[in-house]
Design a protein around this ligand. Structure first.
Ligand code: ZN
Length: 333
């Protein structure tokens, strides 16, 4: 988004673009108000009855049916996000790389499972959705991050997807979409949810840091204004009690304004934006041990390990008896 001030005209133009993009229709619904209908392909995109919006804050306050479209409103952010998501093309193809048998063997031997464990190796073809999200944390500064994850053939999400840069030669486009559209959408929703879930700890960290900074700044401002008020220096040159009251009110207004500015400054904004989506057919290698499996998914950098029966973590297995136990739990249980 540009730094130019958003005028109602620019918002109206944005709305017209949005309607064109979604292939919906935009009809005037009053001064500075419009109704945006749902596109035929997505009859619920903007709610069951479409959306009636206004760029006039006062009008939207008076009419509960009227959503306000203004800079910084959730509505504008949602529309921008939806356009971006729709503008994103879905790559459909085959990913021709798979875990080499020798690498699988070497990884297993490298302490993933106990030596001499009886294993069976099988290969299956499946379609996964691979999603790359650009994450932006807006605070006093902007921090950017990239999140790569997949939703596998069974609809389970996994983070730690491989960076496919340099692997373009292994991606072979396929014309037909082998999954029903609803399922693709479901997997995409799952990916978005997984991305948000993965971000939660980082969000909490940012929020805690910001709360500390805000507290410090609030205290600094409060102490300063308390001192100025107590000393009376703001009215040193004034004798008239009425003028003094006016000066005091002005001082308090300054304080409130400054405090409000700090609250805004130390707010966290999080943007999760999909930048690459691929529906990829690939061959998955599964190593089975009894009822348990270690999955070597070609789109993931590391194998998916079974869950330890003791601590529920996915970590190397020390023994199967018959449930998997990690090193720590094997000694305790
Ligand atoms: Zn454990």
């Amino acid at each position: 988004m540009s730094d130019q001030p958003t005028t109602p005209d620019r918002l109206a133009a944005f709305l017209a673009d949005t309607a064109r993009h979604f292939q919906g229709t935009l009809t005037p619904a009053g001064p500075q108000a419009w109704t945006l209908t749902n596109p035929a392909k997505h009859p619920n995109l903007l709610g069951p009855d479409g959306l009636t919006v206004s760029t006039d804050a006062e009008a939207s306050l008076l009419d509960p049916e009227l959503s306000l479209l203004a800079e910084g409103t959730p509505l504008l952010q949602t529309l921008v996000r939806r356009i971006r998501e729709q503008g994103l093309s879905l790559f459909k193809g085959r990913y021709r790389w798979q875990w080499p048998a020798a690498t699988v063997k070497a990884r297993l031997k490298d302490g993933l499972i106990p030596a001499r464990t009886r294993t069976t190796v099988s290969e299956t073809d499946e379609i996964s959705l691979r999603a790359v999200f650009r994450i932006r944390f807006h605070r006093e500064f902007v921090q950017e991050d990239v999140l790569r994850l997949i939703v596998d053939g069974q609809g389970r999400s996994w983070s730690g997807a491989r960076n496919l840069e340099g692997h373009e030669g292994l991606l072979e486009p396929v014309a037909t979409l082998s999954l029903p559209w609803e399922q693709v959408q479901e997997r995409y929703q799952r990916a978005v949810f997984a991305a948000e879930e993965a971000l939660l700890p980082t969000i909490m960290d940012h929020k805690a840091e910001l709360a500390t900074l805000l507290k410090r700044e609030t205290q600094r401002i409060t102490t300063y204004y308390d001192e100025v008020e107590a000393s009376g220096e703001y009215a040193d040159e004034i004798d008239d009690p009425e003028a003094m009251a006016v000066a005091l009110a002005a001082l308090r207004k300054d304080r409130a304004k400054l405090l409000a500015e700090q609250r805004l400054r130390y707010q966290l904004g999080v943007q999760v934006q999909p930048v690459s989506l691929g529906l990829l057919h690939s061959t998955v290698t599964t190593v089975t041990i009894g009822d348990h499996a270690i999955v070597f998914h070609p789109l993931l950098a590391d194998p998916i390990l079974p869950i330890c029966d003791g601590c529920a973590r996915r970590v190397p297995v020390a023994r199967f008896t018959p449930a998997p136990y990690c090193n720590t739990c094997a000694g305790l249980l």
